[in-house]
Design a protein around this ligand. Structure first.
Ligand code: NAD
Ligand code: DAU
Length: 342
């Protein structure tokens, strides 16, 4: 079996590379990644030592490169993680989100049509469902929840999903789609809530919480997401959407306080800042379908996962400090320098 993993130098893609190398000792994996600001070849150091793993630098929207790669490798399965993934960046500059997330997806699927594959899997997000009210804890996203997006990021992911479904219906492309809740764990880029708060706390810098910190996210340890995708590409039904989530809803302020507690740092570091534009209130996944149809359930509970994650950042300072020293400094100044403290 030969699998193309796009975006494998990013957070979830790299965790998936390691998960698959371990789980399937007879599979060959090829990673196609453009190494944008979010991609990091250092993350794949160990994988690169494995002869069953190949890395190719390139853009999923580069038709010539993608078609050449498909012609050469004749993939069985494609798992598309490659994306612009940060909501705040999509509010600053939507264009690249449309190019990568929509046109990149189209390019990959066109190559799949031309060269033939057993499965194209689109890694999507619960954000395509929009948000849920804070005062209705009885409501959850199911696979039937209408698409209703808030940010340029989620709109680009939803557009890609619709295109994937259209390629299935129109061209018979054997697709599956997964929509997962918020992931956390090793190799999470420090622009996102959990790693940003860990890094700032360790550096005794203010922890910028948007609004009142009452928005709710449904956190899943990244390895459990990888396990779900592995199950879907092998046993999932062609044409289907699967929601992935472990019923682990937390307010942002709970997460931030938990991180401070684990690191033994003062809550005085918390700084409430101007809210995100169009900020989604609450995400909450109903994972009944993937549980019933594929037998998936999460292995790592939040209280263990957050300790493992904090320890990973403590033990791998070089990985994230290198990021903080680079171009990311300009990003941080641009995004947080102009936010008022409230
Ligand atoms: P990430 O930003 O950490 O990594 C994205 C990777 O894609 C990077 O390695 C980057 O270099 C690569 N990439 C970007 N543009 C590319 C292009 N044009 N061609 C090739 N490679 C390109 O993202 P992530 O958090 O690992 O998310 C991976 C996927 O999972 C995304 O599709 C995202 O929408 C989805 N997702 C993320 C979460 C989450 O909590 N992080 C939850 C659900 C779904
Ligand atoms: O739900 C899945 C999605 O989760 C993925 O599709 C996205 O790729 C991923 O980035 C994530 O999106 P969020 O917007 O939920 O994640 P983020 O880490 O950016 O923010 C989580 C919450 O924390 C959100 O309510 C905004 C808030 N926040 C975030 C940052 C970066 C803060 O309060 N302060 C911050 O500095």
């Amino acid at each position: 079996m030969k699998i193309l993993i796009t975006g494998g130098a990013g957070f979830i893609g790299s965790n998936f590379v390691y998960y698959m190398l371990k789980k399937h000792p007879d599979y060959d994996l090829v990673c196609l990644d453009a190494l944008t600001y979010a991609g990091n070849l250092k993350t794949l150091d160990e994988a690169l030592k494995n002869e069953r793993f190949t890395f190719v630098k390139g853009d999923i929207a580069d038709r010539e490169l993608v078609f050449e790669l498909f012609a050469k490798e004749q993939f069985d399965i494609v798992v598309n993680f490659a994306a612009e993934s940060h909501v705040d960046r999509s509010i600053e500059d939507p264009g690249i989100f449309l190019k990568t997330n929509i046109l990149g997806t189209q390019t990959l699927m066109d190559a799949c049509r031309k060269y033939g594959i057993k499965r194209y899997h689109q890694v999507s997000t619960d954000e395509v469902y929009g948000d849920l009210p804070l005062d209705r804890p009885d409501l959850f996203f199911t696979e039937e929840t209408p698409i209703h997006t808030s940010s340029p990021y989620s709109a680009s992911k939803a557009s890609a999903d619709l295109l994937v479904q259209a390629y299935h219906r129109t061209f018979g492309l054997p697709i599956t789609i997964s929509r997962c809740s918020n992931n956390y764990g090793p190799y999470h880029f420090p622009e996102k809530l959990i790693p940003l708060m860990i890094a700032n706390a360790l550096n005794d810098k203010p922890l910028p919480v948007y609004g009142e910190g009452l928005n709710v996210r449904d956190w899943l340890y990244v390895e459990d997401h990888c396990k779900a995708i592995d199950m879907i590409i092998h046993d999932g039904k062609v044409g289907e959407v699967y929601n992935i989530g472990g019923h682990n809803e937390k307010t942002n302020i709970y997460i931030v306080k938990k991180i401070l507690e684990l690191l033994g740092k003062s809550e005085d570091l918390i700084t409430f800042v101007t809210d995100r534009k169009g900020h989604d209130l609450r995400y909450a996944i109903d994972p009944t379908k993937i549980k019933n149809d594929l037998g998936w359930e999460p292995d790592t509970m939040f209280d263990d996962g957050i300790v493992k994650t904090v320890n990973w950042y403590l033990e791998n300072r070089e990985w994230w400090e290198t990021i903080l020293r680079g171009e990311y400094q300009n990003y941080y100044e641009k995004m947080y320098g102009k936010r008022d403290i409230i």
